[in-house]
Design a protein around this ligand. Structure first.
Ligand SMILES: Cc1cc2nc3c(=O)[nH]c(=O)nc-3n(C[C@H](O)[C@H](O)[C@H](O)COP(=O)(O)OP(=O)(O)OC[C@H]3O[C@@H](n4cnc5c(N)ncnc54)[C@H](O)[C@@H]3O)c2cc1C
Length: 392
């Protein structure tokens, strides 16, 4: 027997993006019933919980700096904001900064970006080698000329963040529907609803695609081409022979290898593999660590020559093949079809800003807090790219 339910707005994807949007809509007074679909209530393979939870304002485009600035302030007060009936989520935010190390090659780029970020009011600092060594005494500065440091940025527990958003959104009346969406019902330019795997039809006029690595698939359900594909990214947990007594910022080496502290003072590290093919691949691979990560890591921190590889995992970036930036806003022709997709590795940190901005567009038809129009779908139709030079 087929069933039918009615909502005003349906969000497909209950990760950090969909949940932040649901929270912002409900909290800011959206007048209507909000349902949010999540096909996996354990979130085992959601990008959100497989991310390393970093947030930085060191970007090279204005819209990305603004999104992270809003989100940083939001995360600083997150535990308080997400309190429900006296219980606060724990996100273990560590505001230890982001540190981009500079060599002869990337130093001019870091200088340019630092000046740009300061023009927008972000206090990014250029550090000398001696100042950098004060932050990380174990560093080998041999081939470095300096570093670019943004105090106050940092990293946190993405699972805690997701749980906080979900709990608060539910408390504010959002309904989580643990179903897989298998079809979008569309009549010409008008949306009519969605169908789920269990055969239920949900009618509505507005649908949000917040499906992370599945955003391209969800777009196709509506007959809309969205250039977002899943691409594997691997993270490695290592234990050095001696644990650092000082706190690490999130460090990005010129080789592309990044590292940060994990609980118990072990270290998380990784590096985006340029030639990684698109696909839903969650296989974790030790060889990549041995061949591509360990050598530059041990060069930078000689102590890491004797580290122990403990474990790790693989998750998916939702890569926007058009220009490696988020696609945010309403489809120009299919009105009522909204997108918060394609963040290409910086979606966790942008989720509060994106949720706020898109909720304003949905409620008010304009952006008030952050103007995310540069990231609209229109740029793809018009052949414009937003070129972000700081994609990790
Ligand atoms: C290894 C790694 C490290 C990262 N580190 C960082 C970082 O330090 N900082 C940062 O900002 N970002 C980071 N990211 C990127 C970040 O994780 C993502 O940009 C962000 O989590 C995207 O959130 P989302 O809610 O869009 O996607 P997801 O968390 O994947 O949520 C999408 C949800 O949609 C659900 N879904 C999909 N299709 C359907 C359907 N048809 N029906 C019902 N439900 C559906 C899925 O089950 C999923 O739970 C990292 C990513 C990875 C993989």
């Amino acid at each position: 027997m087929s069933r039918e339910r009615t909502f005003d707005l349906l969000i497909i994807g209950g990760g950090v993006m969909g949940s932040s949007l649901a929270y912002h809509l409900a909290n800011d007074g959206f007048d209507g019933r909000i349902g949010i679909f999540e096909k996996d209530p354990t979130y085992e393979k959601a990008s959100t919980v497989l991310s390393v939870g970093g947030i930085r304002r060191q970007f090279s485009t204005e819209v990305n700096v603004h999104l992270s600035r809003y989100s940083l302030a939001f995360y600083e007060a997150f535990e308080e904001r997400m309190e429900v009936e006296g219980i606060r989520p724990e996100i273990d935010f560590k505001p230890r900064g982001y540190l981009f190390l500079g060599n002869e090659k990337n130093w001019p780029i870091l200088l340019k970006h630092q000046a740009f970020q300061r023009s927008l009011g972000v206090e990014t600092q250029l550090l000398t080698i001696d100042e950098t060594l004060k932050l990380i005494p174990d560093l080998n500065p041999e081939d470095l000329v300096g570093s670019s440091f943004s105090p106050g940025d940092g990293y946190m527990d993405p699972h805690g963040v997701l749980q906080g958003f979900v709990r608060k959104a539910k408390h504010l009346g959002v309904e989580y529907l643990y179903q897989e969406v298998t079809g979008i019902l569309r009549e010409g330019r008008r949306l009519e609803g969605v169908k789920t795997k269990d055969g239920t039809t949900y009618t509505c006029r507005s649908i949000v695609n917040a499906a992370g690595p599945y955003a391209g698939e969800v777009g196709r359900m509506a007959g809309i081409e969205i250039p977002v594909v899943p691409v594997r990214r691997m993270v490695y947990l290592i234990k050095p022979p001696r644990l650092f007594e000082y706190d690490l910022p999130l460090v990005i080496d010129p080789s592309g290898v990044y590292f940060l502290h994990e609980a118990g003072r072990q270290i998380l590290t990784g590096k985006s593999r340029k030639e990684e093919p698109a696909g839903f691949n969650f296989q974790w691979d030790r060889t990549y660590f041995h061949e591509e990560i360990w050598p530059p890591l041990a060069h930078r921190i000689p102590l890491f020559d004797e580290l122990k590889l403990m474990s790790g995992w693989a998750g998916l970036y939702e890569i926007n093949q058009w220009d490696f930036n988020g696609i945010i806003g309403e489809h120009p022709e299919v009105r009522g079809f909204y997108m918060a997709v394609g963040f290409s590795g910086h979606g966790f940190q942008q989720a509060p800003g994106v949720g706020k901005a898109l909720s304003e567009w949905i409620r008010l038809g304009r952006y008030e807090t952050i103007d995310v129009r540069p990231l609209g779908y229109e740029r793809i139709q018009e052949g414009r790219k937003v070129l972000e030079e700081e994609v990790i």
